[in-house]
Design a protein around this ligand. Structure first.
Ligand SMILES: [Zn+2]
Ligand SMILES: [Zn+2]
Length: 284
């Protein structure tokens, strides 16, 4: 049984005030230290946007990447995968990477001009550097009480993905980012913790999907990117309403959530809502 879970925010768009040794960068990486008494699991969710910041911050925060047990990638965008090659250099031997196979599909942004925003390495390069790609579309149990969500069921009409493009079967088309997923963790006696990368699938969709696959209704914590930085009033309002109803004890929005949405969530949930920053540690 999970006795203790400690999260360290390694890479984030802002850095903890007063901690000048940690750098801020548009990206996300969260280190999870899971204590099971006799066993311990060291898990890295995402790797920030580049090797330099990822390794600098890991060192500044005294995180030993050579002893990681598993890396999970929330989706294939560069700001979550960009530091992977640097992390692999530090890892002892080979390491499993839990991710959806479409993280390597063409990831594009079209406005104002077409740009590649996928991982800055190929699958072959990652494998040559020691990655064992697990290519998982569905949910997976990765430790007692800890699951990856796999593809998130899209239920909420207000949480439609837009602005991303890909190429499928020779056609240039909108990317609804099927690879987007999160971690769902059972915090004994408290409820469900959902740890997201960008939550492109929608933060409410992601929470509801995590509740469904774990069978845990009680929501305890939601931590990570909520992808509301470019959302309109209506969507921010609908998200704040839904989160108020879901009633988590801890809400830590960061990365792509955007300042406007964070302020609105703080209004809706009061002191339970605190923005994330690199250098933060969270005990669940
Ligand atoms: Zn993204
Ligand atoms: Zn992102």
């Amino acid at each position: 049984m999970l006795q203790e879970l400690r999260l360290t925010i390694v890479v984030e768009n802002s850095a903890l005030f007063g901690n000048s040794s940690v750098w801020a960068q548009h990206g996300l990486s969260i280190f999870l230290d899971l204590d099971y008494g006799r066993e311990r699991m060291k898990l890295l969710l995402d790797t920030g946007a580049c090797t330099e910041v990822m390794l600098h911050n890991a060192d500044a925060l005294h995180i030993d990447l050579s002893h990681l047990d598993l890396i999970c990638l929330s989706h294939g965008h560069y700001d979550h995968t960009g530091g992977l090659m640097g992390v692999l250099q530090r890892v002892n031997g080979r390491i499993c990477i839990m991710a959806h196979p479409e993280i390597f599909a063409p990831k594009l942004k079209a406005q104002p001009i077409l740009r590649f925003i996928g991982p800055p390495f190929s699958r072959t390069q990652a494998e040559a550097a020691g990655a064992i790609m697990l290519d998982c579309r569905g949910p997976a149990v990765i430790a007692p009480g800890v699951m990856t969500t796999g593809e998130v069921t899209r239920l909420e009409a207000f949480e439609r993905v837009s602005g991303f493009w890909t190429v499928k079967d020779g056609q240039y088309c909108e990317d609804n980012i099927p690879d987007d997923q999160a971690l769902a963790i059972n915090i004994e006696g408290k409820g469900l913790a959902v740890i997201t990368g960008c939550a492109h699938a929608g933060i409410i969709n992601t929470i509801k999907h995590a509740q469904k696959i774990t069978g845990i209704e009680e929501l305890y914590a939601v931590i990570g990117g909520f992808h509301l930085a470019s959302a309109d009033e209506k969507r921010i309002e609908a998200t704040a309403d839904a989160l108020r109803k879901l009633d988590p004890a801890i809400l830590r929005p960061g990365h792509c959530t955007g300042q406007k949405a964070i302020c609105r969530l703080q209004e809706a949930l009061g002191e339970r809502c605190q923005p994330l920053a690199a250098g933060d540690t969270i005990q669940l």
